[in-house]
Design a protein around this ligand. Structure first.
Ligand code: R5P
Length: 294
């Protein structure tokens, strides 16, 4: 409608002469993504620190009822509110996680083998429609660089990237675990780079020493680390600190949180390392204090 009072036009503020803000998107390599993709990544990575503490509990898809995950309702629900993102399968999500938890989800989309057979012989088991139905903020596929399933798992990754790009859902490429695969900087650096070059918007790998900073430097998108097997709490916190200091954008941690003596205290301590810059010593003190109070 035209202004009833034509003089009111003079009072409007068009900000003449004020440049339009055009802030860069803060995640590594993400500046040229479309809005929906950025929005989903911004739900996963904390705006303040641009890092993430993801809680991984997708282990059952290859290992069955993993220690600490026998009852996801009893182990994950009491700590899920402290995660920036949940990483799980669609089966666990629908059966055990109430949508009212309202957390971004990195949905495990590759499947096909278990610890009883050939690990990493996977296909994409989740259609994009189901990922959208579940409101996934990311889709994840295992990639087994250097194994007999290299081509197959790269193809799986490319399929997720292709469909994810169509609908604005980022893909998390997960460096495979496997007895025959070495976890040193040479291997992990190559694997992470290959995963990023194939279009993954972020990459999950393992921390390694020495030279983890070369792994993160050579990867053009954010790297987050898996926790791996359960360590003493202080060691797990020290690993997270070293990974962040050497360029990781966060953790996707499972067993070192849900198998900890005090899982809620542990995820708080991990958050303090990742988001607030605590030393492992200070974070471990925090863990012990919280454990004593729980
Ligand atoms: C690997 O891809 C698994 O499915 C887990 O998501 C991953 O290993 C992170 O869990 P954890 O910290 O227990 O190693």
């Amino acid at each position: 409608m035209p202004d009833a009072d034509r003089n009111a036009v003079a009072d409007k503020d068009y900000g003449i002469g004020v440049p339009v803000a055009n802030p860069a998107f803060p995640l590594k390599g993400a500046n040229n993504y479309d809005w929906g993709m950025k929005d989903r990544l911004a739900r996963i990575f904390d705006a303040r620190s641009t890092r993430t503490v993801m809680l991984a509990f997708d282990h059952g898809y290859i290992m069955g009822p993993t220690s600490g995950l026998e009852r996801i309702d009893l182990s994950i629900l009491p700590i899920g509110d402290l995660a920036d993102c949940l990483m799980c399968t669609r089966g666990a999500l629908r059966a055990c996680i109430p949508p009212t938890m309202n957390k971004p989800v990195a949905l495990r989309c590759s499947a096909g083998s278990t610890v009883l057979t050939e690990l990493n012989n996977e296909v994409i088991g989740v259609e994009i429609e189901d990922a959208i139905r579940l409101n996934a903020s990311a889709m994840a596929a295992m990639v087994a660089i250097g194994s007999q399933f290299e081509a197959l798992t790269i193809k799986n990754l490319c399929l997720l990237v292709e469909t994810g790009n169509r609908y604005g859902i980022p893909t998390l490429g997960v460096c495979a675990v496997g007895k025959e695969l070495t976890r040193d900087a040479r291997y992990l650096g190559l694997a992470c780079r290959v995963i990023a070059e194939n279009g993954a918007q972020f990459v999950k790998t393992y921390f390694c020493e020495p030279d983890f900073e070369k792994v993160t430097a050579a990867c053009p998108v954010p790297i987050i680390i898996a926790g791996g097997k359960k360590l003493p709490e202080k060691e797990a916190l020290a690993m997270a600190r070293k990974a962040i200091d050497q360029g990781a954008a966060g953790v996707d941690m499972g067993r070192n949180i849900f198998q900890a003596e005090a899982p809620r205290a542990m995820i708080k301590a991990v958050r303090a390392v990742v988001h607030d810059g605590l030393t492992p010593e200070a974070a471990f003190e925090m863990y012990k204090d919280l454990q004593a109070k729980s």
